[in-house]
Design a protein around this ligand. Structure first.
Ligand code: GLU
Ligand code: ZN
Length: 500
């Protein structure tokens, strides 16, 4: 149907509760809202749903802000950004909710319910036994003034309940299409506790209305609350609090190990884990955007700009997405390779210092690191891998990894010591650059009937402590003649002691 009014500018929101550490499900929801806002030129509102004083914490609030800043998910209105609908923390909006709750009651959209928990439970049991729907039965819908007075005189407390209309609620979900909820399955529900504390069921749609949210994109776990919220919206329109019912899109579940829903408590779900391992924000964003969406059938790796250019909520699929750590790592590795090498070196900085790096700060040599950075860049899955790749440059002695030693030095066989002695002599005589150093080890190998691969293994373990690492001859060039030869000598001494 053509409408005369121009479409309202898009406004989406993400509204976490500050409880615990941010998890990937939350980030995926924030990301899709962000991408949709940026794609459409709309606004992203960041709201903090901190009405549960017992569970919310200031520390978690700070972590949320810090995490989204790190990810580069920026918001147009919200904490620190401010905006026309401030404050954006629900704990600072309590008088708004009290006012709306009172007006809903005055207009007959809500009422006081005096039923005790035991009474509700008993009637629920009876309904179940009789095969009837077991939601709230409307007991207090039409209490007379006398009944109310009698309950009050008994000293009963009351909650505020929203009155659901006796009609099927239908809406077109942006991800799932047409949905319908019959009234017997969506019964009157609490919006304010007996102690006066407003519930999520009230504060979330009230704020969405006041903040003029046009599209609610959130997890599938909240789908059952949507018909209730739509009915509440209609009541808010009646009161003049809301202008319209927003569109809804419910994002698919994310499945973890064993095809179970990834839970907040699952260690794999913690955003901090990925951050501490050295995922790039762009790698993580790329991967998380694939949980329910795709850029195209044949491309898994793309930039933030490409995501924004292509993202449309109607392309999100309803079937559950599987969280695949291996794929996340592979995508991250690709993003590491895509960095400009200077940028790459800068991003490695935290892992080149205590507490990540085992060498003292003064042992770090920026020039040496810059020389090997391009070699390392193609080998990392996560940034934290950098430490082990370059530690041979900054530690006084190479790490002692007994497995590597045993593998390359083959105890009991004279081969490694002989090879190392020959290689040492040839290295000592070589010009100190990667190519001649390689020639030297190649020639040493030939004298002992060994191919380059076999010949360089003992040299690598003598110098770096490990059987695997950066390309060896470039590494030796950067490490320098003196230190290289001293390490080969130390390995020869150890071999002599072991065989003596
Ligand atoms: N604070 C709610 C949550 O964290 C927000 C739900 C919604 O997006 O409506 O689950
Ligand atoms: Zn009641």
């Amino acid at each position: 149907m053509a409408s005369a009014a121009p479409p309202a500018p898009l406004r989406v929101r993400f509204c976490p509760s500050p409880t615990g550490n941010p998890h990937v499900g939350l980030v995926r929801t924030a990301l899709f809202n962000w991408a949709y806002a940026r794609h459409t030129g709309g606004s992203l509102v960041f709201r903090i749903e901190d009405t549960d004083a017992a569970r919310d914490s200031e520390e978690s609030y700070e972590q949320l802000l810090d995490s989204f800043r790190w990810l580069g998910i920026d918001w147009d209105e919200g904490p620190e950004a401010g905006g026309p609908h401030a404050p954006y923390r629900q704990s600072q909006r309590m008088d708004i909710y009290a006012d709306v709750a009172r007006r809903l009651q005055d207009a007959g959209h809500a009422y006081r319910c005096y039923c005790t928990a035991a009474e509700l439970e008993e009637r629920r049991e009876q309904a179940r036994a009789a095969g009837r729907p077991s939601g709230y039965d409307g007991h207090c819908r039409e209490l007379t003034a006398e009944q109310v007075a009698a309950y009050e005189a008994e000293g009963r407390t009351s909650i505020v309940r929203f009155r659901m209309p006796d009609e099927t609620i239908t809406f077109t979900d942006l991800v799932r299409g047409e949905l319908a909820f019959a009234p017997e399955n969506v019964t009157d529900y609490g919006i304010v506790r007996a102690n006066g504390a407003p519930l999520y069921t009230l504060v979330n749609p009230v704020d969405d209305a006041l903040m003029e949210i046009t599209h609610v994109l959130r997890g599938e776990d909240l789908l059952s609350s949507t018909p209730r919220q739509i009915a509440l919206y209609r009541a808010l329109i009646d009161l003049g609090v809301a202008k319209r019912v927003p569109d809804f899109g419910h994002l698919p579940y994310v499945m973890g190990e064993g095809n179970k829903k990834l839970s907040k408590r699952d260690p794999q779900a913690s955003l901090n884990l990925y951050r501490e391992r050295g995922f790039l924000p762009e790698g993580l964003i790329n991967y998380l955007s694939l949980l329910g969406w795709s850029l195209s059938a044949d491309r898994d790796v793309f930039t933030r700009e490409e995501l924004v250019a292509a993202f449309d909520i109607t392309d999100v699929v309803p079937n559950p997405a599987r969280f695949d750590l291996k794929k996340a790592e592979a995508i991250n590795a690709d993003h590491i390779r895509m960095l400009d090498v200077k940028d790459f070196a800068e991003r490695c900085t935290p892992w080149l210092r205590a507490p990540h790096a085992p060498w003292p700060a003064e042992a770090f040599d920026a020039d040496a690191f810059a020389a090997v950075a391009p070699l390392a860049q193609t080998r990392l899955t996560v940034l934290s891998d950098i430490t082990a790749n370059v530690d041979f440059l900054f530690l006084d002695e190479p790490v002692s990894d007994e497995k590597s030693w045993d593998k390359a030095m083959k105890p009991g066989q004279p081969g490694a010591a002989d090879l190392l002695r020959t290689a040492r002599a040839k290295l000592a005589a070589a010009e100190w650059a990667a190519e001649p150093l390689k020639e030297a080890v190649l020639a040493a190998g030939e004298e002992h009937g060994l191919k380059l691969g076999k010949a360089q293994a003992p040299v690598r373990v003598a110098v770096t402590g490990r059987t695997v690492g950066l390309p060896l001859f470039e590494s030796l060039e950067v490490l320098g003649r003196e230190r290289t030869l001293a390490r080969v000598d130390a390995a020869l001494a150890r071999l002599a002691a072991e065989q003596g």
